[in-house]
Design a protein around this ligand. Sequence first.
Ligand code: FES
Ligand code: FE2
Length: 382
Amino acid sequence: METETHKSLIRRVFSHLDAGTTDRAPDILRNPVGIYTDPGRFEAEMAGILRRKSLLAGLSGRLPGPGSFLAEDLTGVPVLLMRGEDGVARAFLNSCRHRGTRLLDGAGVVRRAFACPYHGWTYGVDGRLTGVPDQEAFEGADLADCSLAALPCTETDGMIWIRLSGGAPADPGESLDGLAAEFAGYALAGYHHYASHRMTPAINWKMALDTFMEPYHFAVLHKETVAPIFFPNLCLYDEFGESFREYLPRRSIVEMRGRPEAEWDAVWHSAIVYYLPPNAVFVMQQDHAEVWRIFPRDGRVDRTEVCLDLYIPEPATSDKARRHWDANLDLAVRTVENEDFAAAESAYAGFASGLAEEVVYGRNEPALQGLHRRIAAMMAGQ
Ligand code: FES
Ligand SMILES: [Fe+2]
């Protein structure tokens, strides 16, 4: 982050603290609850957004070396991410070219090649078919064409992007837009994957995004968890084309008041929430990063899968380091899974009753408004 950005963010926070204010949108925004519950709208979002746009798959540290892989089902698409012997990250359909069986589960490392668990066809870590037991039996089939089906995958500045459909390459610019330089400044290529946690709330996928988009609820819903750390109802909101940055100051930021501006550190005294369209939230948390990836689950309008991946700047090699990162992960999970998603599930029950008509996003929830304006624009094909 540029020095001038540090200064201007902290100046804006101090001015809000002095005035008892927060960044505000010009007006309120209303949405019909159907945007969360309507199955037709949901199908259109799956086809028009989630299966079409470039998606953040993770930081480069998720595939730390040759043969590293990650197998995930994303909106019903079995995806195999894998780093080749040549160091290139690739994405494949996790489906054998013989009769379709899923090839790998979970995450790990394979040595050069791996075998299908059904009849033992083997593939190299670049996705090429390398062996077929009783190959004579397949005479007439062109096995040279039986590499795994590739999905678009692009790795740049320590981030891996994919698309869940063929054709055009995965384009980080769709999501990062005007933030590419700020992200490059975080040097994410040096980060290591520490742990992941999967959550399965019974809500619409956009409600999982909503939960990150305002600190208005901190004093009430999170009074025991993160309210002691952050200023409730105080955020800075800045748009960068398709993306935006929501700056949540920690209470510790007041320590900067007596220091020269040249020493101001806007990253250390905050959580910085970025919306990376269409379905990811990236949170810079002082010395580590959280990637929240959000997908509809089981093809349902009211089921969501949230993958939280925690990335850290150095490998955790001591018990002390592991205790530190475990505590960070635990706080994130307690806050979001136990508090935010519990509140969202209760809201979904009201929406699904058919009796609720609309929701309203306040002027003090500018990022929430920005999120829904962007989703509406994506749906309109802009
Ligand atoms: S389905 Fe994979 S080897 Fe037969
Ligand atoms: Fe929350």
